[in-house]
Design a binder for this molecule. Structure first.
Ligand SMILES: [Zn+2]
Length: 329
């Protein structure tokens, strides 16, 4: 879906939301928001040292938190969801995927507003200090003056490979040392840093699999190994296995949900946009396929925050269908 069509659909949704919310009250819900990394400022976002999954900055996170606090939302955690959300309230879950060290920059913000957040960890990257393959491709191709469109196409192709093949592709294409991170902007947490970070009361850890791979391309036993191995790694970090998983790339199906359930997980995060209606039936298919919004640059953040509360969205419907039938998975 191109950006102009996205913007058109979302502004269309916004007009509908404004008209609808004047007459009807939107239903209470759980809104889950997905971030990867946040830049500290404009200068840092221009360094091009990691794949720009988003160019959001820490200030955008502050804006979002303030917006929902001002509108009476409760910021929750996986434990809060599992023990049951108050159906009389609206709730928000902040999530950060992958395990980037720079996510530790959010901690002063979480403390300032006293809101929790959940961090989904790609176990192999943290355990072995490996840079994320998409960042390696991005930084190497940028240095070769390859266009953003070509880099994107290469990443889409690599994403479909099994983990071992991705590692081989990266080292054969960019050299034996390619997995060495360049600095604090692109590196994962070390296990020790993650231990210290996760001991903070406002921080929860979640499973993001061992090798950040597309689970829907695997057999049941392989899926169980991917999820189970990450559970064991995270238990070694903070002495408890998480109850929540974010499926890498948001890819899931019934077999993945069953495997997650068999590994003891109660909640699962996708990247399908939408609000989650409460009360939630924990361990059910809906609890293991929760929708998440990804805040974007290029559209007024206040409008996005308002839209995330909407019960109806043409954009979400079309994006969901697109993801289901047409995406390059
Ligand atoms: Zn991820």
């Amino acid at each position: 879906m191109n950006n102009r069509l996205k913007r058109f659909l979302r502004y269309n949704d916004y007009l509908f939301y404004k008209a609808h919310s004047r007459v009807f009250e939107e239903s209470n819900s759980l809104i889950c928001l997905l971030f990867h990394t946040l830049f500290t400022d404009e200068t840092e976002s221009r360094l091009r040292s990691r794949y720009p999954q988003s160019k959001l900055q820490l200030d955008d996170l502050c804006f979002i938190i303030e917006f929902y606090l001002d509108h009476g939302f409760n910021f929750t955690s996986p434990d809060g969801i599992i023990s049951g959300l108050d159906p009389e309230k609206n709730h928000v879950l902040l999530t950060f995927d992958d395990g980037y060290y720079c996510n530790s920059l959010t901690l002063p913000i979480l403390k300032h507003y006293n809101v929790p957040a959940t961090f989904f960890i790609s176990a192999d990257n943290v355990e072995n200090g490996k840079a994320f393959w998409w960042d390696i491709i991005y930084r190497e191709r940028v240095s070769q003056n390859v266009s953003e469109a070509e880099i994107y196409r290469e990443c889409v192709a690599v994403k479909k490979m099994p983990p071992v093949q991705i590692d081989t592709y990266i080292t054969e294409t960019f050299g034996e040392n390619a997995f060495q991170p360049q600095g604090d902007l692109d590196r994962p947490f070390t296990p020790q840093e993650l231990k210290s970070f996760s001991s903070e009361p406002l921080v929860s850890l979640g499973n993001h699999c061992r090798n950040h791979t597309i689970l829907t391309k695997m057999g049941r036993l392989e899926i169980m190994r991917e999820i189970g191995s990450a559970q064991d790694f995270l238990a070694g970090i903070n002495n408890e296995k998480p109850g929540i998983i974010a499926y890498p790339y948001g890819d899931f199906n019934d077999q993945v949900i069953q495997a997650a359930c068999d590994c003891g997980l109660k909640l699962g995060m996708t990247v399908e946009p939408g609000k989650n209606h409460i009360p939630l039936d924990i361990c059910s298919r809906s609890a293991l396929s929760l929708k998440r919004y990804i805040p974007q640059v290029g559209m007024d953040m206040r409008i996005q925050c308002e839209l995330f509360q909407s019960d109806y969205s043409l954009y979400n419907t079309i994006r969901g269908l697109y993801h289901h039938f047409c995406s390059d998975r």
